[in-house]
Design a protein around this ligand. Structure first.
Ligand code: PLP
Length: 368
């Protein structure tokens, strides 16, 4: 089956660099190279000396050591560095799964979590988050979705687009279900680190499940999407080797300056998380006031983590509203249509430094 266009990315391609105000983006405020270099004395001269030959295909050994140190028990040999988080999702769907397999995917979700699999003839079932329960999926539904050919569960937490974060007990329950059925559990953890209350942070899956795959990158948690550095951590040797083999057909190896700069970010990740978290919580307080003022237009519950939230839109077609908004006011929001939602929803992103100003513009637009 031919792969479907990535609807969300197509919409970004149309508007991200022409709309005046971005209000739907999932990446928080970004940093400059200069901002990053100040974290470590000597980093600037190190950057100038980077050798621009090919890099090691599994990732720079020093970077893999720094990444492994973020986990409780993952070793550098269990870390595989990729170009962003998108590449390892694609690699997992091609190198670990086979046509005829079945996977259960947390839904609504990031489209590559299911479209890549579908394009390979892999059967996909959706495990739905419930908008009336602040997007919590029903744990009792999960075992009912498992079939004899189910090979993997794919969960995203903190979640895009809803901001849903599992609590510890529910997350442990998901791991137990995967273990009972001998399934791979792929957890997209790219928003991890942005829990609004840091005590809500879940352990990394790779530390706690032998068939678990933790996906991460620096795009969402640090605002470093332009580095294009992501990684997989897994203790499952079969998955690791399959992914490493498949990467030879994708990017082969990573960008050398990207890996160098990523090392600085990883070694200082706690400070970067905190900068981002403070902005997110401040912006979310503004958004909470906004939704209180516009109860007739939006239904909303406050998320506990991440950079995005997914309110219901109560005044007609979310797609039409977004198209009008970007044309008439230059404000870009994301309609739920691009997450394959049949109901009317909008994705707001609240991680940017300009958030207050853009929200004011939306307020003005709605009051005319
Ligand atoms: C849940 C999720 N996973 C993966 C990605 C891809 O991340 P990257 O841009 O680092 O490839 C995104 C990007 O929006 C995302 O939201």
């Amino acid at each position: 089956m031919a792969i479907r266009p990535f609807e969300l990315e197509r919409y970004f391609a149309e508007h991200e660099f022409s709309a005046k105000y971005l209000l739907g983006s999932s990446d928080p405020e970004a940093m400059s190279v200069e901002d990053l270099l100040v974290f470590e004395p000597g980093a600037e001269s190190g950057l100038k000396k980077i050798w621009l030959g090919y890099t090691e295909s599994l990732g720079d050994p020093a970077l893999r050591r720094d990444i492994a140190a973020l986990y409780e028990s993952v070793t550098p040999e269990q870390v595989l560095v990729f170009t962003g988080a998108e590449e390892p999702i694609f690699a997992f769907m091609h190198a670990v799964l086979e046509p005829g397999d079945h996977i259960v995917v947390h839904f609504p979700g990031y489209q590559s979590h299911y479209s890549v699999a579908e394009s390979r003839g892999i059967e996909v079932s959706h495990w739905h988050g419930d908008p009336l329960q602040n997007w919590a999926p029903d744990l009792s539904e999960l075992p009912k979705l498992i079939k004899p050919n189910t090979k993997a569960l794919l969960i995203c937490t903190p979640h895009n687009p809803t901001g849903y974060l599992f609590d510890r007990a529910a997350w442990q329950h998901v791991i137990e279900i995967a273990r009972q059925h001998n399934l791979y559990l792929f957890c997209d953890e790219v928003y991890r680190g942005l829990e609004h209350d840091p005590t809500d942070r879940l352990p990394h899956l790779a530390d706690h499940y032998e068939k678990g795959v933790s996906l991460n990158c620096l795009s969402k948690n640090c605002g470093l999407a332009g580095l294009r550095i992501g990684w997989i951590a897994t203790k499952d040797r079969h998955i690791y080797n399959r992914l490493a083999m498949f990467k030879d057909y994708l990017t082969i190896c990573n960008c050398a300056p990207g890996e160098y700069l990523a090392g600085i970010a990883v070694r200082n990740i706690g400070k970067i998380f905190e900068q981002q978290r403070l902005r997110l919580v401040r912006n979310l307080d503004l958004l909470e006031d906004f939704f209180k003022r516009h109860e007739a237009l939006f239904s909303w519950q406050r998320p506990r983590a991440g950079t995005v939230t997914f309110p219901g839109y109560l005044a007609g077609s979310a797609l039409e509203f977004c198209n009008k908004l970007v044309t008439e006011a230059g404000i870009m929001l994301i309609p739920g249509t691009f997450f394959d939602m049949s109901g009317e929803y909008l994705r707001f992103g609240y991680g940017r430094a300009t958030f207050a100003e853009v929200l004011n513009r939306l307020d003005e637009y709605l009051s005319v």
